[in-house]
Design a binder for this molecule. Structure first.
Ligand code: ADP
Length: 155
């Protein structure tokens, strides 16, 4: 039978314990999950791509069914290229839903039937976002409660 591959796309700037929880919960649903950093040349990131990828490797290296990668241009085309028929996304609140609904419908068309699988964030993680973590870091506060224990934020 065809391998069930899901792509979990994002910026992971930086990866948070919310992302990790989502991937772990989704693992029983798929044969393989590819955590993929989307490269958007018009977007400004706090951490360079190499650093974000390095953190993803550190966090997921012990699980052989989780792979790490990066891609340019459309997520749907990346999925087709690597033979992934599923996208994984998390829903924290209603604004996530509004945004994700449109993207999911577009990806279904552009990606020739790609299905997005959504998991609702666990209550203890639903307040965590990379945006908030970046603000904490830039503001000089301690971000360790929000990031996986395997990684260290420089500075
Ligand atoms: P983007 O570049 O799209 O903003 P992010 O790296 O912020 O991507 O997030 C990627 C995915 O992870 C999104 O589907 C988002 O909903 C999900 N996510 C982020 N934080 C959490 C969390 N705390 N709990 C569950 N899902 C989350």
């Amino acid at each position: 039978m065809e391998k069930k591959i899901a792509v979990f796309p994002g910026s992971f700037d930086p990866i948070t314990i919310g992302h990790v929880d989502l991937v772990k919960r989704a693992l029983p649903l798929f044969d393989e999950i590819i955590v993929a950093v989307g490269i958007n040349s018009t977007k400004k990131y706090l951490f360079p791509l190499e650093q974000r990828l390095e953190w993803l490797y550190q966090v997921f290296q012990k699980e052989p069914r989780i792979k790490v990668d990066s891609f340019q241009n459309l997520t749907a085309h990346y999925c087709q290229r690597i033979g992934a028929r599923y996208l994984l996304r998390g829903l924290r609140n209603a604004s996530d839903f509004d945004y994700e609904k449109t993207i999911s419908q577009l990806n279904h068309i552009v990606g020739g039937g790609i299905e997005t699988v959504f998991l609702i964030a666990q209550p203890e993680y639903s307040h965590i976002s990379s945006t908030i973590v970046r603000e904490i870091i830039v503001g000089g506060a301690d971000a360790t409660p929000f990031i996986p224990k395997e990684i260290t934020i420089p500075g």
